[in-house]
Design a binder for this molecule. Structure first.
Ligand SMILES: NC(=O)c1ccc[n+]([C@@H]2O[C@H](COP(=O)([O-])OP(=O)(O)OC[C@H]3O[C@@H](n4cnc5c(N)ncnc54)[C@H](O)[C@@H]3O)[C@@H](O)[C@H]2O)c1
Length: 273
């Protein structure tokens, strides 16, 4: 990124925190917020990656702060908010995005459950508790929790991940109710398969082979891109969504609408339309 390009200024003068912002959906969200004028704190569990992303954005003229640490650590969550306030004096937006990809079924251990819940819904709650007062002082704010299609469906060997995402879904509504009075909106987004490094790892780096297979889970017959999540997240944060709270926005290319007949079988009946 060589030069500063502000495409729109919906977030000019605003401050955002994005957890898990050094890769994938979080990174795309950080970049889009920066391009639209926000100052952004972001967290990550890989120090060198986050530092490199922060350097690149700073060199591009953007105002960012990278906080290295583990969202499962409540002291770290507090520290992220404290450092953000120390740097910019306020916080207007929060994107709870970092999550544990520990996905286990029958073999799930107590540690697997703890890890998934602590990095996921518990950290989402702790971050929200720590920003709420600052958002109140700023006259309101907006929070987006990154959920998943997995919150709504069964997938093989995924007791931990899917139920943690299910918790995010319900938590979003509870937060929205309790924070509405303070002018703070809380929504979630539920991505389908988005081509980030976890998906790439599962594909063994062979996107050409696996995208046609996994793409079939979606009406649009492909996986999504991180930026296709970032833009709807920005919409929900922005004043364009000023009367939207407690909602879940699917970003799934039609995954949840498809049903078990899927794409292939339904074409048998497509005689005329
Ligand atoms: N990629 C998909 O197909 C998909 C689908 C549905 C939902 N999601 C959700 O989107 C979110 C982002 O996923 P992604 O695919 O972009 O991931 P990613 O692996 O590309 O990036 C994850 C980011 O989170 C950070 N992170 C991970 N664990 C952390 C921890 N314990 N503490 C602090 N930071 C941590 C990483 O450093 C990185 O910056 C997650 O909530 C995930 O469940 C992803």
């Amino acid at each position: 990124m060589k030069e500063r390009r502000v495409i729109r200024d919906r977030f000019k003068g605003k401050v955002a925190i994005v957890t898990g912002g050094s890769a994938g959906i979080g990174r795309a969200t950080v970049e889009e917020l920066c391009k639209e004028g926000a100052a952004v704190s972001f967290t990550g569990i890989e120090d060198s990656l986050g530092t490199a992303v922060a350097r690149e954005l700073t060199e591009g003229g953007f105002d960012v702060l990278f906080c290295y640490g583990d969202m499962a650590d409540e002291e770290f969550c507090k520290e992220v908010v404290k450092r953000t306030i120390a740097k910019w004096g306020k916080v207007n937006y929060l994107v709870n995005n970092a999550f544990s990809f520990v996905a286990r079924g029958l073999s799930a251990t107590h540690e697997d459950w703890e890890r998934t819940l602590h990095v996921g819904p518990i950290a989402y709650a702790v971050m929200t508790q720590n920003v709420a007062q600052h958002m109140r002082e700023a006259g309101g704010g907006a929070i987006v929790n990154v959920s998943s299609v997995s919150a709504f469906i069964a997938q093989p060997r995924r007791w931990t991940y899917n139920s943690a995402k299910g918790a995010v879904h319900t938590l979003t509504k509870c937060m929205a109710l309790d924070l509405a009075h303070y002018g703070i909106r809380v929504n979630s987004v539920s991505p389908g398969w988005i081509w980030t490094r976890e998906v790439d790892k599962a594909a063994g780096g062979d996107r050409a082979k696996w995208e046609p297979v996994w793409g079939q889970f979606h009406m649009l017959e492909r996986c999504g891109e991180p930026i296709e999540c970032a833009r709807p997240i920005l919409f929900l944060l922005s004043d364009d969504a000023s009367f939207i709270t407690a909602a879940d926005l699917p970003i799934d290319g039609g995954y949840q609408g498809l049903g078990s007949e899927g794409l292939g079988k339904s074409s048998q009946f497509a005689g005329s339309d």
